[in-house]
Structures are given as C-alpha cells and as structure tokens.
Design a binder for this molecule. Structure first.
Ligand code: SF4
Ligand code: SF4
Length: 90
C-alpha cells in the first residue's frame, strides 16, 4: 500500500502534520494545483498502515486520514513493478 495526498482536495491546513506519530507529514513548501501548500511526506514507507495494513487486513493507525477535514489522504495499491522500500522500526 502507498500513502497519497490528493492535491486537488488538500487545503494545506496541516492537521495531518500534527497528528502523525512518526512525523511522516511535514509542512510543505510547494503549492498544489489549487494554490494551497501541500504537506510533504518524509519517508512514507515508515507508516504502519503502508507497511502492515495489507498483512493484517485492516487499518492500523490512520490518524492522519481520520483527522483530515477534506478526505485528502488515502492508501492505494502499489503496482507490482513499482520499487518500494520497507522500513521496520523497533
Ligand atoms: S497512518 Fe498513522 S503513521 Fe501512517 S502517516 Fe497516518 S498518522 Fe502517520
Ligand atoms: S489534514 Fe488533509 S487537508 Fe489538511 S494538510 Fe493534511 S492532507 Fe491537507
């Protein structure tokens, strides 16, 4: 699974940057298509949902998605040929 921000929905409120326990969401610098500054993702492969959601068959953290007032955060399937890194933190 891959963490994505829908840049057409995001209004740059940065609530996601405050709730992520891994600080994966960081304040962004670049405006999106609607002119709002979209958060940047810092090593999103550290997200517990990205790593383990499929194995457990359910959402594990999801705080960012629950908090986002614009439903701009989602996880999408990665294509089989897409290179992806997995980071395990203890
Ligand atoms: S699901 Fe949890 S760990 Fe993953 S990005 Fe969202 S708040 Fe962070
Ligand atoms: S909480 Fe949602 S709308 Fe707000 S900055 Fe994060 S992704 Fe964008």
């Amino acid at each position: 699974m891959k963490l994505v921000i829908d840049e057409h929905r995001c209004k740059g409120c940065n609530l996601c940057t405050m709730v992520c326990p891994y600080r994966i969401f960081q304040e962004g610098k670049r405006p999106g298509p609607r002119g709002y500054v979209i958060p940047a993702l810092d090593q999103p492969e550290r997200c517990t949902n990205c790593r383990l959601q499929k194995i457990y068959g359910r959402q594990l953290c999801g705080m960012c998605q629950l908090t986002c007032p614009d439903q701009a955060i989602a996880w999408i399937e990665e294509k089989p040929y897409e290179a992806h890194k997995v980071v395990i933190e203890y």
